[in-house]
Ligand binder design. Structure first.
Ligand code: PHE
Ligand code: CO
Length: 272
């Protein structure tokens, strides 16, 4: 699972922020990972690999093959060589969740912040903060998709704009229901593209197979108004047809939308 950008200021985060640069980046000290950490990463990777063929969207499946990351915690600089060629994105190491301004600035400049630390073995099934497994396995493969990569850059610019317009709470819901928990309609059925789903041992099957949650067609205004829970499986998912649709539907200027939606009541994700 991944807390949204708006929660970044939480002072109880467990990463080591003391060594971070002004843009919140740190060095990935790859040689400091222990054999136990690489083994835990491999175990997480193997569990998820059994699920993704059935539940992940085709773009994610196409990209994971290029990453060759099943051997252990990857070296970010090696990833950056192939990612630069594919979509001109890069990944930057961070101590954990970072504040909104540097987060959006990284995205707007085609840099994705990836947490350096790995969860403990006790957190194999569930973790509240994003770790290197969530960030890497969930987010990085889709950065190889051109349309997704361009959309995420636009989202970053939109985040900087939403900060000026005091609309971060609304825009964070969009991130939540797309980048973290988004579903996509494909010829073989509904599939996951949200990173919080792709990196989850339980919710990845649940979001596709379970009859309980709602699966609504992507609807921008509804999403901007829909609250979310960060501590359990989602009650409601939004389904896009393609990343092209996501790009198209989020392209208009949100300024009038924010003004109109701001005073409307928020929507309950479990409402029918
Ligand atoms: N079009 C949005 C705006 O004007 C920016 C944005 C793009 C937001 C893509 C999210 C995703 O604010
Ligand atoms: Co995430």
């Amino acid at each position: 699972m991944q807390a949204p950008p708006t929660m970044n200021a939480n002072p109880t985060l467990r990463g080591d922020y003391a060594k971070a640069a002004a843009d919140c980046s740190v060095e990935q000290d790859w040689s400091a990972y222990t054999p136990g950490e690489h083994a835990l990463f491999r175990r997480l990777y193997e569990r998820q690999s059994k699920l993704v063929a059935r539940y992940a969207c085709p773009e994610w499946i196409e990209a994971i093959g290029r990453l060759d990351a099943g051997h252990g915690i990857p070296r970010f600089d090696a990833i950056n060589k192939s990612l630069a060629k594919a979509t001109a994105w890069s990944i930057v190491a961070v101590p954990g969740l970072i504040p909104d301004a540097p987060f959006f600035t990284h995205l707007a400049n085609r840099r994705f912040p990836v947490t350096v630390w790995l969860r403990t073995p006790e957190e194999f099934d569930y973790i509240v903060e994003p770790d290197v497994f969530h960030d890497f396995f969930g987010h990085v493969p889709l950065l190889y998709d051109r349309v997704y990569a361009d959309h995420l850059c636009e989202y970053g610019k939109g985040g900087l704009k939403a900060m000026r317009l005091d609309a971060i709470a609304m825009l964070a819901r969009l991130y939540w229901y797309t980048i973290e928990f988004g579903l996509m309609q494909t010829p073989s059925g509904v599939r996951a593209y949200g990173a919080g789903l792709l990196s989850s041992g339980g919710e990845l099957a649940y979001c596709v197979d379970d009859p309980k949650p709602r699966r609504r067609p992507f609807a921008l205004e509804r999403i901007l108004r829909t609250e979310y829970r960060i501590d359990r499986y989602q009650d409601c998912y939004f389904v896009i047809d393609s990343f092209a649709q996501l790009m198209r539907d989020t392209a208009p200027d949100f300024t009038p939308l924010y003004a109109r939606l701001r005073d409307l009541p928020a929507l309950d994700p479990s409402a029918p």
